[in-house]
Each structure stands twice: as C-alpha cells, then as structure tokens.
Design a protein around this ligand. Structure first.
Ligand SMILES: [Zn+2]
Ligand SMILES: [Zn+2]
Length: 211
C-alpha cells in the first residue's frame, strides 16, 4: 500500500508528490519544485526509505528547479525526451523565469514514452504522453490506486497554458480527450497546481475541453 504525501512549494506554488512504500523501504518523488529534495529526503528518512526515482511530468522550471539535487544524490530521473532541452539546458527558458533565478541543468537517466509502463515501488505506472502545454508533458497513471500525476495538462476546472514555447491548444485538447478523458471515470487527477480533481468531474464541467 503506497502512502501519498504532497507539498506545495516555491516559487509559484507547484506541487511535489512523494509516494512511499514503507514495507519496500522505497519512495518515489513526482516533480521537483524548489525545496522538493529536502522535503522528500526528510520524509523518506523518517519512513526508513530510500528515494529510488524522480519522475518529471514535464520540463518547465517550476517543476524541475530541484531536480539537479536528486540527480546529484544518484537518484534515477525519468522524463520525456521532447523536454530534453528544457531539463538539460534550462537557461533556454530564462526569458520566462523570474529575474536572477538559478536554474541548474539535470541529467536525465531514463527517457520515457507514451504507452510505456515503468516498474517502481513494486508495481507498474503507465506513461501517457500529453503534449500541448509543454511538448514533453507526460502523465503517470497508477491503476492500483486509481490516480494520475498529470503535470500541467489539466487542472480542476481549467487547462494548462498553451501560449508558452512549444504549447498549442489543439494539441492540448487532443491530449486531454484521448489520454486523460479515456482514463477510468473515478481516477483522481493530481495536477501540478491547485486542487485535485477526477476524470468524471472534468468531463462533466471542464469549460475548456469538452469530451
Ligand atoms: Zn508547466
Ligand atoms: Zn507548472
């Protein structure tokens, strides 16, 4: 049984998630806003666990600022290759970052693709590619717990920005219809910002993308 922890972190309120499997002494972190490494390390340590992986939903700096610290600690880093440049050379987005912010490059160890399953914490996580907000946005779907870590593709009652480099509304709509709305209705969606929601709730009420 996995225990889910979450913390909203600076500088713009991005969720970091941490899944802990105490009996396996293993933890996995999803996204790395500022302070995520210290938060997750303390959490893992107090549960007697080692962090085995950092999963990045996409390469925007508010999700990757702390990724270098996980990599420096020898933790496997998973991401989609379409965001390789954002993660390995974050300075390309400095026009869209905050003045003076230090964005350190991170070396990804595991490139993931849509349709793939990754084995962590003694179970599978399905990877779905959901571009439109960011070219390499992926969601990680845990069918055992019926939840998906979706990054910034969809939010409670809203959708991700599509005006940043590599963003496109038609692509975003297609990703949401084909890869998010096709998940089981009861699936809890854990986005990069704001409250959690469900597939059923967004199919019923999301004003930006109708099923
Ligand atoms: Zn983003
Ligand atoms: Zn974000």
């Amino acid at each position: 049984m996995l225990v889910l922890h979450r913390k909203e972190l600076p500088p713009i309120g991005t969720w970091a998630y941490c899944l802990v499997a105490p009996e396996r002494k293993e933890a996995v972190v999803i996204d790395a806003p500022e302070g995520a490494y210290t938060w997750a390390s303390q959490l893992a340590q107090s549960a007697g666990c080692q962090i085995s992986a950092l999963l990045l939903t996409h390469g925007h700096w508010d999700h990757t600022l702390d990724a270098y610290a996980f990599a420096a600690a020898g933790i496997a880093v998973y991401a989609h290759r379409d965001d390789q440049i954002l993660i390995e050379n974050p300075a390309v987005m400095s026009d869209f970052a905050m003045p003076g912010m230090e964005m350190k490059p991170t070396r990804v160890t595991h490139w993931v693709e849509g349709g793939q399953s990754i084995e962590l914490l003694g179970q599978s996580f399905a990877v779905r590619h959901v571009p439109g907000h960011c070219p390499g946005n992926v969601l990680f779907y845990d069918s055992v717990a019926s939840r998906a870590f979706v990054g910034d593709v969809i939010f409670c009652g809203s959708v991700g920005r599509f005006d940043l480099p590599g963003g496109d509304f038609a692509t975003l709509q297609h990703s949401i219809r084909s890869e998010v709305y096709s998940l089981p209705e009861g699936t809890v969606l854990l986005p990069g910002h704001g409250p959690e929601t469900t597939v059923a709730a967004e199919k019923a009420d999301n004003p930006y993308v109708r099923p």
